[in-house]
Design a protein around this ligand. Structure first.
Ligand SMILES: [Zn+2]
Length: 285
């Protein structure tokens, strides 16, 4: 398989080099700077063909293709300190070598946001709470998916144009009470505006009228890269379907707990909550 789509991103380069006693030397590049809530592509080069590659970021493993390509991410709550990227290269012949590099991670300031909602949408009764918890578990189960074609290497794009009505990471104060930080971005647009898949991938959840997220789609782009789309009106794809790039998946709505028509768009990389606007290939607004 050839991946050319996002190759052009490797302009921002950190190179780690290991010189071996063999006649080869491996290195890796990252497509951008690692910060909390960001994902970057990694490209390992200079290893003998047919080698087995194993990567880990802070001792949590990540997959690499035979071409040496993969994606790594830091969760939004990553604390100040070092992050270590390691790649172990086991050639068909000869000894295993390790390339590694430490990156200093600075904390990221997040905004505070005050929201007012009707009391019954905030203080849930027993029936609503049971239902909402079940829906949350169904969504979270998809975050454990790992294996599928790496659609994220082909393209990653914004699912629609619109006004950014909610930023990533904001600490939300709901009716005066602090809640979990906002783990996505909100894009406001008129009801019925088409939404496209951010990258090729497989539909792994079609949630109808969820309490918080309304009509909800989850798409897996391979290697644990997940997109979540919430508050949709129409959902035009089916569970299990593989979507090629730019497929329309549905339309903007105001289902679930919302104050107006918008898309809540979330991205995760193997469980790490990533700012969608900091996925490789996304241009800052
Ligand atoms: Zn949101």
């Amino acid at each position: 398989m050839r991946f050319s789509g996002l190759f052009s991103l490797f302009f921002f380069t950190f190179v780690s080099l290991v010189l071996t006693t063999e006649s080869w030397s491996a290195s890796f590049q990252l497509s951008n700077k690692l910060i909390p809530g960001s994902a970057v592509l990694i490209h390992v080069k200079g290893f003998p063909e047919g080698s087995t590659l194993k990567g880990d970021l802070d001792k949590r493993s990540f997959p690499l293709s035979a071409d040496g390509l993969g994606i790594i991410a830091l969760d939004m709550a990553k604390k100040e300190g070092y992050a270590t990227v390691r790649v172990r290269i086991k050639p068909k012949k000869g000894a295993q070598e390790t390339v590694s590099r430490k990156f200093w991670i600075s904390p990221r300031p997040y905004k505070e946001e005050h929201i007012t909602l009707p009391k019954k949408k905030v203080d849930l009764g027993k029936t609503d709470l049971t239902r909402a918890n079940k829906e949350t578990r169904a969504i979270k189960a998809t975050y454990n998916l790992r294996r599928d074609k790496p659609g994220y290497l082909e393209q990653f794009r914004q699912p629609l144009e619109g006004r950014f009505s909610g930023v990533f990471g904001s600490r939300r104060i709901l009716n005066g009470k602090p809640k979990r930080p906002h783990n996505g971005v909100d894009i406001a647009a008129p009801k019925g505006t088409p939404i496209v898949t951010t990258a090729p991938g497989r539909v792994v959840l079609v949630g109808k009228d969820y309490f918080f997220t309304g009509n909800t789609l989850v798409i897996h782009h391979g290697d644990g890269v997940i997109s979540l789309y919430a508050h949709m009106d129409e959902m035009l794809v089916e569970k299990g379907e593989w979507l090629s790039k730019d497929t329309v998946i549905g339309t903007i709505g105001m289902t679930g707990r919302v104050t107006g028509p918008h898309l809540h768009w979330g991205t995760l990389v193997r469980g790490a909550r990533v700012d969608p606007m900091m996925m490789p290939g996304i241009r800052q607004p």
